[in-house]
Design a protein. Structure first.
Length: 348
């Protein structure tokens, strides 16, 4: 990965200090609160964390699909191939969605329109962004469905979503996502509704598509098993912020942040007998009432004297290409790293 202080022509998506807030009757919910990361061409970045950690809101912010009101992107930059798409007009942003950035949503039954057949839904983006029509459009739709391994695509393209299995519907959503050869594909927990066998097939399919096209994938999930299979690097999110960012081997073999360790320990291991599954004690903080210091301090298993309740921790590079949200609850040798420049400091 290129750090925030460097540059690399392979970086297709550069998110800088992204902040998305929701104004509610309880207060301002800081759903995404200063998120920075980069995504290279042909790379898969996993975004992991508990429900409510800010994963999906980050992806919707990148797509500029935050409902307003109550949501607002209040700061930051999203550079897509060097262009800040947060500064585009809505009309120009419509040209980006589906063409330069594709998205695979979690539930295909809500992503697909039940009153249109598959041909219409896969073909919509091709008509809008590519200007295809007639036989060229039909041939391209068939080719897209064939790419996602749908059998007899010439026949199935006339079906409606309810006539397809869950796995087939998710493949159709994938075909829509890649139909215009996007530079970035955001996959928001695309395997949640699939059984284990179909899930494995779908992950292989995404890998194959990435090998063929070089698309960069931002893969949102809460499943560390999928992370191990799919991802090159991992960003762990908690309370709207990234708490650890590293390559997938480092995350599994040498996690630094207590939250990352707790997430990995909560995954059952088949080779070990256990009477009780590990859990993370406590609840995530209310995002409209965040503590001034480390948001994970209350839940951290470390002794109270090792926790930081006052200083807002920052993401720093504690080892080459290994970034950790620095606080007493994540790195015991606090003073050793206190001189380091936080990730994305120049964007704030």
């Amino acid at each position: 990965m290129t750090t925030s202080n460097g540059s690399n022509s392979d970086v297709v998506l550069d998110v800088r200090d992204l902040r998305t807030y929701f104004v509610t009757r309880w207060g301002v919910v800081k759903a995404v609160d200063g998120v920075s990361f980069q995504l290279k061409r042909g790379e898969t970045l996993g975004i992991v964390g508990e429900s409510g950690s800010g994963k999906s809101v980050t992806s919707l912010s990148i797509m500029r699909l935050i409902p307003s009101p109550p949501g607002h992107i209040v700061g930051g930059q999203v550079l897509l191939e060097g262009e800040d798409i947060l500064q585009l007009s809505e009309g120009d942003m419509e040209k980006v969605r589906g063409s330069r950035i594709g998205m695979v949503l979690q539930d295909p039954m809500t992503a697909l329109n039940p009153v249109f057949d598959i041909e219409d839904q896969v073909g919509e983006a091709l008509k809008i962004h590519k200007g295809f029509g007639g036989e060229v459009l039909k041939d391209t739709i068939v080719d897209m469905l064939r790419k996602v391994r749908i059998p007899a695509p010439e026949v199935r393209m006339r079906d409606y979503p309810h006539q397809l299995s869950g796995g087939m519907r998710q493949r159709v959503v994938g075909a829509i996502g890649i139909s215009c050869d996007p530079a970035v594909l955001i996959a928001d927990e695309p395997t949640t509704s699939l059984d284990v066998t179909i899930q494995a097939q779908y992950l292989r399919l995404l890998n194959d598509l990435q090998q063929e096209t070089g698309v960069a994938i931002m893969f949102i999930t809460h499943d560390f098993g999928i992370v191990a299979k799919m991802c090159d690097r991992v960003a762990v999110m908690y309370a709207g912020r990234i708490v650890e960012l590293a390559d997938v081997r480092t995350i599994f073999n040498d996690p630094k942040h207590e939250y990352t360790k707790a997430l990995i320990n909560s995954v059952p291991k088949l080779e070990e007998k256990t009477g009780r599954l590990a859990q993370i004690d406590g609840q995530p903080p209310q995002l409209y009432n965040l503590p001034p210091g480390d948001a994970f301090a209350e839940r951290s298993p470390l002794p109270t004297e090792d926790k930081d309740f006052q200083i807002r921790p920052e993401l720093v590079e504690v080892e080459p290409e290994h970034w950790v949200q620095l606080s007493h609850s994540s790195v015991a040798e606090f003073d050793k790293y206190a001189h380091l420049v936080p990730y994305g400091a120049e964007y704030k």
